[in-house]
Design a protein around this ligand. Structure first.
Ligand SMILES: Nc1ncnc2c1ncn2[C@@H]1O[C@H](COP(=O)(O)OP(=O)(O)OP(=O)(O)O)[C@@H](O)[C@H]1O
Length: 288
């Protein structure tokens, strides 16, 4: 079994009377990429900030490299926050130099695509390049753990694929990676997924295990607009995927009855839910 790099037991964080993270247990081992998924506000960043030692838990324990997440242990991990944590009014080279000096490691070499930007102010770079720089900075000291908070948000598909190559390389050399994402095609690149909803961990495992036997009814209908409105009016939570209407985890009879009452002729097909649809049903069930 691989060495456990970080973990939480009953990790809870309250802000006043609001519980942002509620009794969460997670583990990340060396060499694995663990995806942390959940809607906006599910508690992912708050959990990450506790793991990083930037936020004290209100209850429960956080372990990083077999101890508390103190400064010494934090120096062994690389972190790319949502806002990247770079100095936007310094050049790429200055950012690299500053970070290398802070960690006492040699200055990293810029990948080919970034080399021409060494003297560009970080704030003047396109977002995709800024994210690449943030990765170079976070990886300069060959961290044993990597924590990435929406590392590819807002970048094009090619840059995303490159960043994922880097993430996989880091896991292959033995780092444990915890990464949050809103992109489901990225979730598929993870070895394991953790799903949060309303502060709680509501599912874990690979995509197949998380979807389990959750089914969706696909509604095939010439007038999809009317069908959508009728189901909405009947209080049935509908997903519109392009022009296809999908209703996860529902009773087909309720659906049929809502459509018939509205005089809509539709063909109903029972299909396996997608991971997004499973997330929605779990989030609904966890709703406080
Ligand atoms: N310092 C704070 N004070 C009060 N509430 C907070 C604070 N930080 C976070 N929250 C609340 O805790 C909840 C969880 O926030 P968090 O940022 O952890 O969610 P998230 O899953 O990371 O969302 P996103 O995907 O949008 O980043 C939200 O309702 C947020 O408003």
């Amino acid at each position: 079994m691989s060495e456990r790099i970080l973990g939480t037991r009953g990790a809870t964080r309250r802000f006043g009377s609001f519980t942002a993270v509620d009794s969460v247990d997670i583990d990340v081992s060396a060499g694995e990429v663990v995806g942390l998924l959940g809607a906006n506000g599910a508690g992912k960043t708050t959990l990450i900030r506790m793991v990083l030692g930037l936020l004290a838990p209100s209850a429960g324990d956080v372990t990083l490299f077999d101890g508390p997440p103190d400064l010494q242990r934090r120096a062994r991990l690389g972190y790319v926050p949502q806002n990247l944590g770079l100095y936007r009014d310094m050049t790429v080279a200055e950012n690299l130099q500053f970070s290398a000096e802070s960690y006492g490691v040699p200055e990293p070499t810029l990948p080919a695509g970034l080399a021409t930007h060494a003297n560009t102010l970080v704030g003047d770079l396109p977002l995709g390049s800024q994210r690449q720089v943030a990765f170079v900075v976070a990886l300069a000291h060959a961290p044993e753990a990597l924590i990435l908070d929406e590392p590819t948000s807002g970048v094009d598909a090619l840059s995303r694929a490159r960043l994922w190559d880097t993430i996989r390389e880091q896991a292959d050399r033995g780092a444990g990676v915890l990464v949050t994402t809103h992109y489901m095609e990225e979730a598929q690149q993870c070895d394991r997924l953790l799903l949060m909803a309303d502060g709680r961990l509501v599912a874990s495992g690979d995509e197949d295990a998380i979807i389990g036997d959750t089914h969706t009814i696909a509604v095939h209908c010439a007038d999809w607009g009317r069908a959508f409105a009728a189901l909405n009016d009947a209080g049935i939570p509908v997903i519109l995927s392009g022009r296809a209407i999908r209703v996860p985890d529902t009773d087909e009879r309720d659906l049929r009855s809502a459509l018939t009452s509205a005089g809509i002729d539709a063909e109903l097909e029972d299909v396996r839910a997608t991971i997004e649809e499973r997330m929605l049903t779990l989030a609904r069930a966890a709703g406080r």
